[in-house]
Every structure is written in C-alpha cells, then in structure tokens.
Design a protein. Structure first.
Length: 607
C-alpha cells in the first residue's frame, strides 16, 4: 500500500505554485519533498511532474492522481476520527463534485467542510465522486465493504438565468467567474469582437446565456465535455501559439496545474457562474455540510490538510492481526518479527488514542474502537484500490511501467529465470518506452501483492482459484537434489515419495509454492516430511546441499546449469508437478503491454 505521507506531500505539491511554496506549507525541506515525489512516481510507475521552461508542471495524469489521493487521505482522517469519537454505525453520503480538474479553492473547501462535519457527526463519511460534468454510477465495490450510501450531495456550476437555482433542494453556496485561457503569452484581445474561441462544456452554462453576456452570436464553438478537452488544449498551447483560446471557470486555474501551461485573462464584460449545492435538507449531516461549504467558499483562510495520523504499514499490520487473531501468525505472513508487529500496533493505538485489539482465550479480538476502525479501514482500502487498479484510459501516462512478479530461483542459469529474461528482452523490442520492474518473491507473497494491486502480473506455481490466470503450458516434475557423493540416493534413478521421510532435507518455508506442492502430495499418503533446516532462500538450499549431507526438492532444470557436483532423482508415487501460471487481478483489465508480455512468456516458457 502507498504510504499516506507521500500522498499528503503530493496533495500540497499539486495545490501549490511551486515546490518551495509546498515545502513551506508542509514544514519540510525542498529536497525532502522532491525525493518524496520521486518515490511516489516510482511507486506508481508514472510521471507526475515534468520540467519545462517555466519550472515544474503537472502532467496529464496528475489531476486524476490528486482526486484519488483526495479520497485516500479523507478516508484515513475519517478512520482515525471515527475510531476515537464514533458512537453510531458508520454511514456514507455520496458527494458528487462537478469538476474535471481539481486542486483549487473548491476542492480545498470541500476537504475542509468534510472534516468540519466529522468533528460533530463522526460516523458520516463523504464518498467524493469527481463527475467532470458526466454522471457516474455509484462505486460498485462500496457495497462489498457492507457500506450503503444513504444520501447524496451534488455540487455543480449554473448560470444565473438557469432554472437550477430555483429548486427547493438547491441553493447557491458560492460563485465563480469565467476566464479566457490561451497559449503563453496570450495576446490581448477584445472578447466582444468576433474572434475565434471555444467554451469548455459546463453543465448549467448555456450558450444563450454566454452569448448574451458577451454580446455574441449564440453559435459558440463548444469544446469537448470532459477534462481531456482542456488537457488537449494545454498540450496544443505548448507548441501552437495560434491555437484558439478556451473559456473555463477560474477555479480550474487554481494551483500548479494550469498556471504552468497557459495564460489567462478575464472576460470583458465579466461572466459569473453560481456554485449550486443540491441535497436532501432533511438529513442533518448533509445540511451541515452544505452550510460549512458555503462558509468555506466565502473565507480567505482555510485550514491546511492535516498530516496522516496512521501509516500504511500500520494499517496493513492491523488488517493482518484482525484476520489471523494471532501476533505470531501475522508476523510470519508479514515476514517480520513478532516484536516488530507488536510495536507497530502499540504505536497505532497511541496515535488513535484508543485500544483496537485485546487478548482473549480464542486470540486477538476487536474492541469497540477496533470495530469502528476496521469498518473505516475498508474505505481506505477501497480508495487505494481505485488509485492502483483503475487508471484512466485515453491519457498519455509518461514513464509507464509494468510490474511483474516471479518465483524465486536457484540462480541466473535456472530454466525459469533464463526463459523470463528472453521473454522480457523480446517484449522490450515492442515497447521500448515502457518500464518493467521485476520482483522475485515466494508464491504466497506474489498472490497477496496481486490482490493488493501492487503487481500487475505474477508467475506462480500454485493454482489461485480466486484470481484469473493464464496457463503458460510449462510443467515439470520435482526431483530430489543432492551431492553426487552424498550417498543419499542413486543418481538419475526415480525415487518414491515415501523414501523422502528418511532423508535429511533442507526445504524452503511454507510461503514458497514448492513447499506447498511437496506437502500436498503427501497428504493422501499420510506421509509428513520434517525438514532438518527451513530457509527463506532457494540459493541457501543449494548452498547447504553443497556443504553437507543434506538434500532438497526442486525442479531438476533449476540446477542443470549449476556445477556438476549436484545430481537429481525424479520423485514418483506420487509425482509432484510444478505447473507455471500467470495470474492477475480480476479488478482491472490488462493493458496491451501486459497482454503482449503474457503472450511472450507463454511462447518462451513452453520451449
């Protein structure tokens, strides 16, 4: 899971005019902020800021990341506050915000108002949907967390001649003005003349109203309705100083995003828009939110976004402890010492100022505060999955990266490693601009990372029934591997499974798919293997086999390229077969780059 502190830093960096201003707001060094943004870009595999003649500017994907980070940080703050002060069951309100871009005063005021409501009604969480003028369905996976959206608030623009201002459920909470946005430098123009310009399609703004205000014909050329319409214009502004300017709300120009790409001028005469809130005023929380938002929009001083009080690591460990009910089991899964996970839990409870778990006869159990925090933690998990899994299409994501996980191998000459390397080299010929990051981890760790969304593809040896998979058509029987002069078995001859119980074995831990395959084969025969040494590294298995009278169990192809002092005997009765598969998350569709990589892996691993 992405560290919340990095998202908090990005929130400030995106809103501010420069790294210097953002670092001053955060109270950190500019170098710290710069390194943090580089780390976040590396974690996401995308470029968020790029250097131009006017300093750093946000890329096309940055506004989307800001919106998703907004949801994660809101959920994190809510979870800690709800665990401390909540009394009633958690309920959610859908907040539909008609803004394709973000980072200005409106989004800042929304965040401020959400926190203001939560201090009075801590059990209400606002799920923000950035519609950009296009209605969107409610998030499908909200219901998977047993969370039901019970009400909604809509915030949108409207011209002052429109009927939306007169609805019993709607009220004006603020105002904005339209500006002319064009390439830098924007030549001085007379707006009332008949020059060419375009209008960003804003629901609630009619061509007739704009034409009347500007003394123009009503046949105004409208731009595309989504945020990409503005983004495409910004790209054109970089290279074409004669590109027709575009009319947008001034709110869209707030923060770093548009200032660095274009110049803006006020319209003459000015054209004002109302910001409208529509909700069910019978809901006290919704009514309070609208009131707080109206106050925030009229204020020149809003509270800054508070730093996260919980770390992503602590949230991950809390979820493990809650699922397993045991510190020892959770520490084993996380790959850390029990004292380390205990220390993280203790620090988490101090930060929230409430006990979350308590020891009972049947293991660790949630306290009342723990139940509230667990419910709210699902909101964080949901928001995080949206960021890492549901990236927008149609946007050029610079520095795109594919994350591939592979099983551990004995060395660089093993069959799996060599074939994956060949597939990757062929893939790079098709996608030279794409980055690829390969992680080597045990079977269980790979499956967990696929579910979390931190890996796009993973090569595993154990079937994952809950994850979609491709069978690459590569299978191999496992064998006993030992020194030729050890006398543990007869070289090159098959070996019965039952005979393994009499041989001193060094095996990988149960996190490894190989160990799981070996033990599964013995269950039907009631033969249980007890290795004399367990290790977390296949290379260590081979090292111990070479230095003593020990044997291990591996695919024979993994040691064919090693020195000739090792030999193998295929295990029979029953045979143990490793079948290689590529898995991915069912929550996302594979990209063209990922599908091509799967096809190349199939081709090379079958050889």
């Amino acid at each position: 899971m992405l560290e919340f502190k990095l998202l908090h830093y990005f929130d400030a960096a995106f809103r501010a005019q420069s790294y210097h201003a953002a670092a001053g707001e955060l109270g950190i060094a500019i170098s710290t902020l710069s390194e943090s943004m580089s780390s976040l870009e590396d974690e996401l595999g995308i470029t968020l800021f790029e250097r131009s003649g006017r300093g750093l500017q946000a890329t096309e994907i940055a506004p989307w990341v800001f919106r998703e980070a907004f949801g994660i940080l809101s959920a994190e703050w809510f979870a800690a506050n709800y665990a401390r002060y909540g009394k009633a069951p958690l309920r959610t309100v859908l907040l539909r915000l008609d803004q394709c871009l973000a980072g200005g005063k409106l989004s800042h005021a929304v965040a401020h108002s959400i926190r203001a409501v939560a201090t009075v009604v801590p059990e209400v969480f606002f799920v923000v949907e950035w519609t950009g003028g296009q209605p969107k369905p409610r998030p499908k996976d909200i219901s998977q967390a047993n969370i039901v959206i019970q009400n909604s608030v809509e915030i949108y623009y409207a011209d002052r001649d429109g009927p939306t201002c007169h609805s019993n459920l709607s009220q004006v909470i603020g105002s904005d003005t339209l500006v002319l946005l064009g390439p830098t430098p924007l030549a001085p123009v007379s707006i009332t003349a008949q020059e060419t310009f375009r209008v960003h399609d804003i629901p609630g703004l009619s061509s007739r109203y704009l034409a009347k205000k500007l003394n123009r014909r009503s046949d105004i050329n409208h731009a595309r309705p989504l945020g990409q319409g503005i983004l495409e214009s910004l790209n054109q502004f970089q290279t074409d100083v004669f590109c027709p300017p575009i009319i947008v709300p001034a709110e869209y120009l707030a923060g770093r995003f548009l200032h660095s790409r274009a110049s803006a001028k006020d319209l003459t005469p000015p054209v004002d828009l109302d910001i409208i809130a529509t909700t069910n005023l019978d809901d006290p929380a919704c009514k309070m939110f609208v009131s707080k938002l109206k106050e925030a929009l009229s204020s020149d001083k809003l509270s800054s976004t508070p730093p996260p009080s919980v770390t992503a690591r602590q949230l991950t460990y809390f979820r493990l402890l809650n699922e397993n009910g045991s510190i020892k089991a959770s520490a084993s899964i996380a790959g850390i010492a029990p004292t380390a996970i205990t220390a993280q839990l203790s620090d988490l409870q101090k930060r929230i100022d409430a006990p979350l778990l308590e020891r009972r006869a049947n293991g660790l159990q949630l306290t009342e505060a723990g139940r509230r925090f667990s419910d709210a933690a699902e909101l964080i998990h949901h928001s995080h999955r949206k960021l890492v899994l549901h990236r927008p299409r149609g946007i050029n994501i610079r520095k795109g990266r594919v994350e591939l996980g592979i099983l551990p191998a004995v060395g660089p000459n093993s069959f799996l490693i060599s074939k994956v390397a060949q597939a990757v080299e062929a893939w790079r010929q098709f996608f030279p601009d794409q980055q690829l990051r390969i992680s080597e981890e045990p079977n269980d760790a790979l499956r967990a990372r696929i579910r979390r969304g931190s890996l796009h593809l993973a090569i595993v040896a154990i079937k994952s029934r809950d994850l979609p998979r491709f069978d690459v058509g590569s299978w191999e029987k496992l064998a006993l591997v030992y020194r030729r002069d050890s006398g543990l078995a007869r070289p090159e001859l098959p070996l019965n499974y039952d005979d393994l119980s009499f041989i001193p074995l060094v095996l990988p831990t149960r996190r490894f798919g190989l160990r799981q395959l070996v033990e599964a084969a013995g269950l039907g025969r009631k033969t249980f293997l007890h290795p004399v040494v367990e290790v977390e590294s296949l290379s260590m298995c081979i090292a111990m086999v070479r230095t003593g009278k020990l044997a291990t169990i591996l695919p024979p192809s993994d040691v064919e390229g090693e020195a000739g002092d090792l030999c193998s005997s295929i295990i029979e009765n029953p045979s143990i077969v490793r079948n290689i598969q590529v898995i991915y998350s069912s929550d996302r569709q594979l990209t063209i780059e990922e599908r091509e990589l799967v096809a190349l892996l199939k081709h090379h691993l079958r050889g």
